[in-house]
Design a protein around this ligand. Structure first.
Ligand code: AMP
Ligand code: MG
Length: 331
């Protein structure tokens, strides 16, 4: 079901009145609030159970609305915005006067994006402002890629859920630090490193997963309930069967090209195309949770194209679980 015009006008009114609207984007569903309304932004953190030091991405209807939200757009950032917006690319820039410190977790920089989705763009145009919107899930869990995922996870905590069907990209945006003349990737995502490098005609640094201390990129982010174990692609079936014999209820994310199946509780055949894999990734993890798996055995795709983002999310899902809240870094 795709949202009708009336729904969008209602939802824009809810944003203006300080409410929370979950809306589809091409990456995942966002939980939006008026970025200039401190109480509304506080409601996002509350609904998600997210630590207030984790900054939010401000969503705009177009690059022409950047004025006031950012202080300065360096040339490489301008080039990327012209080339890739609307699209799954978030730019981190110096904060402008319209951005409150509440939405940036106290940082002097702000993350901005123009989503490539008709419902999101219609909502943002009707609203006329900037919508601060993290993924519409509880903190630490898997991002929602359908309106049903949002309703199941956030329920009454959200005032309106706009339904735009399944998200086409399926993983979050690529976040690029574009505050200076040499951009770098802070989080791999739906816009590939290769496309960004081709546009900039220069290589881009990507942080290694194990050492990242960017806010909101704690290792156990993007995690299903089940524990995730990563092995080589050709070992997924054997490792899944071995752990099932040890008494775990095992789900296997089995590369379609690497075999016929595994004799375990649940098997999801992972598409060979990374575009299809990214689109399905979070739904696969949710499905294995729902089927009662307590261990998921998976492998990392090659670290190129969308495989970089898929691998990043799988590594985080497999990361250490602690009761501690994430350590965040201030710039
Ligand atoms: P989410 O919308 O849930 O995918 O989370 C947004 C993520 O954007 C945060 O968790 C941060 O990793 C990143 N982010 C937002 N603002 C900034 C910023 N000013 N500097 C660095 N990273 C940011
Ligand atoms: Mg998130």
């Amino acid at each position: 079901m795709v949202s009708a015009v009336g729904d969008i006008e209602t939802a824009a009114g809810v944003l203006l009145a300080g409410g929370l609207v979950a809306f589809p984007t091409e990456t995942v569903y966002g939980l939006g609030a008026n970025a200039e309304d401190l109480a509304a932004v506080a409601r996002i953190y509350q609904a998600k159970g997210r630590p207030p030091t984790h900054p939010l991405i401000v969503h705009l209807a177009g690059a022409e609305f950047l004025d006031g939200w950012v202080a300065h757009v360096p040339e490489p950032a301008r080039l990327l915005a012209d080339r890739f917006w609307p699209g799954p690319l978030t730019l981190v820039l110096r904060r402008g006067p319209r951005v409150s410190l509440a939405a940036t977790g106290g940082l002097e920089t702000v993350a901005v994006r123009v989503p490539d989705h008709a419902v999101a763009l219609a909502l943002l145009s009707a609203f006329g402002g900037g919508a601060a919107a993290p993924s519409a899930n509880r903190f630490g869990s898997v991002s929602p890629t359908t309106a049903d995922h949002v309703r199941a996870e956030l329920g009454d905590a959200v005032d309106v859920v706009l339904d735009g069907g399944s998200c086409a990209v399926g993983v979050e945006s690529t976040i690029v630090d574009a505050t200076g003349d040499t951009p770098s990737i802070l989080r791999p995502g739906g816009m590939t490193r290769e496309d960004l490098e081709a546009a900039l005609a220069q290589p881009l640094a990507v942080p290694s997963t194990s050492t990242i201390r960017v806010p909101g990129t704690h290792p156990s982010h993007y995690a299903p309930r089940a524990q995730v174990v990563l092995v080589e692609p050709e070992q997924v079936a054997a490792e899944a069967e071995r752990t099932q014999e040890q008494g775990y209820r095992v789900g296997a994310l089995l590369p379609a090209s690497s075999g016929t199946g595994a004799n375990v509780h649940a098997v999801v055949a992972v598409p060979d195309s990374t575009t299809d894999y990214a689109r399905g990734l979070y739904a696969f993890l949710r499905e294995l949770d729902q089927r009662g798996c307590d261990l998921i055995v998976a492998s990392l795709p090659a670290a190129e194209g969308l495989g970089l983002a898929i691998g990043n999310r799988l590594r985080r899902a497999a990361g250490p679980r602690t009761s501690d809240r994430p350590v965040t870094m201030r710039r």
